[in-house]
Design a protein around this ligand. Structure first.
Ligand SMILES: NC(=O)c1ccc[n+]([C@@H]2O[C@H](COP(=O)([O-])OP(=O)(O)OC[C@H]3O[C@@H](n4cnc5c(N)ncnc54)[C@H](OP(=O)(O)O)[C@@H]3O)[C@@H](O)[C@H]2O)c1
Length: 325
């Protein structure tokens, strides 16, 4: 038997249940989960406030790390330390908010040597996505010498990692947050300055004073439209989220008059080779980045309440699941 957070049709939607192994999906690799993480998408699924999950009952959780407990795949041996993020796990396939899950071998990457389960899930999809944004900007030619960069949703999982990573690489990082009280924490992550989100929410002009060489945007909507209007000539924007909305009320002006590049970032379906590359890059970051991250570790029973809090915008940093709690 193992415990899992399961979503149901009837109330309460999210309940902790016990499952026999033969009730888990019939897939070749069984992982004993050491840590998982709570992401924005999980919060939408758990609360039912977003259409993430179609078929109930369902075990949510887009991230997990743990040890292989049994394997019918030659690629994974019993005891291997593995990480799973994306691939529709936690959306179309049962996910990581559980003590144990059965998964496809091709979804798993090896946990880098020396990276603990807690460190892996402190990154999770959020850290992986932040690093993908950084690499996308670098590959487009962005360097610290080109000018300041800006990160929106800065106290969120993706945003707070992006602030730390870009600061570590020598960029002057401007953080945008709706939480004025988190200014000191954002500065401790390496932000050069913290701006209020409300400064970026009003409808602006198609082109504004040029301020930023690069951007990581987790907001979308009017916030992204305003960032695009403020980019330097040849500026680069990694668009990764939709916390402010899925629309993009912009014009072609930033693209055709300033040569701005809008770079899409997806962490769900990137190929296995790129994933391993990103995890190795994450493993190469200095360990002290972890000590600055705000981490809250909870058991299965607390997840439903933390998911509500996440969507209400009252969480900073990362919420981890330790299923043994
Ligand atoms: N493309 C991908 O593969 C991918 C992967 C991971 C996440 N995402 C997306 O990226 C976004 C952030 O994910 P996350 O895991 O970092 O979530 P999170 O930890 O919940 O952080 C979201 C942050 O967005 C900010 N925010 C909240 N409401 C907002 C609003 N109305 N307008 C603007 N900003 C708002 C808040 O930060 P402040 O209070 O500091 O402003 C909040 O902490 C989500 O939209 C998520 O779906 C995409």
């Amino acid at each position: 038997m193992s415990r899992a957070l399961m979503l149901h049709e009837d109330a309460p939607r999210a309940r902790v249940v016990e499952l026999e192994d033969n009730q888990l999906p019939d897939l070749p690799v069984t992982v004993d989960i050491e840590r998982s993480g709570l992401n924005y998408k999980d919060a939408l699924a758990i609360t039912g406030r977003g259409k993430i999950v179609r078929d109930l009952p369902f075990v949510p959780g887009i991230d997990l790390t743990g040890r292989v407990m049994s394997s019918e795949s030659p690629d994974h041996q019993v005891g291997d330390e593995v990480i799973l993020t994306g691939w529709g796990v936690g959306e179309r396939h049962w996910g990581g908010l559980a003590e144990r899950m059965r998964v496809k071998p091709e979804w798993l990457v090896a946990r880098p040597e020396g990276m603990s389960a807690e460190q892996a899930m402190a990154f999770g999809t959020a850290g992986l996505t932040a690093m993908l944004c950084v690499m996308r900007l670098e590959e487009a030619g962005l360097t610290p010498q080109q000018g300041p960069v800006i990160v929106t949703g800065a106290t969120g999982g993706v945003g707070s990692w992006a602030v730390q990573m870009l600061a570590e690489l020598g960029f002057e990082v401007h953080a945008v947050s709706g939480k004025a009280e988190q200014r000191n924490w954002l500065m401790s992550l390496g932000a050069y300055e913290v701006h209020l989100r409300s400064d970026f929410e009003a409808k602006g002009r198609p082109l504004e004073k040029s301020r930023w060489a690069g951007a990581v945007d987790t907001a979308g909507g009017q916030v992204l439209a305003n960032l695009l209007a403020q980019m330097h000539y040849d500026g680069k924007v990694a668009a990764v989220g939709l916390a402010a909305g899925a629309d993009l009320p912009t014009s072609v002006m930033p693209f055709i008059l300033r040569g701005v590049s809008l770079l899409g970032v997806d962490s769900v379906m990137i190929n296995a080779q790129r994933r391993q590359q990103v995890w190795q890059r994450l493993a190469s970051l200095p360990a002290n980045l972890h000590s600055r991250m705000q981490l809250e570790t909870v058991g299965l029973d607390a997840l439903a309440e933390r998911a509500e809090a996440m969507l209400d915008g009252t969480i900073s940093g990362r919420v981890l699941l330790d299923p043994s709690l």
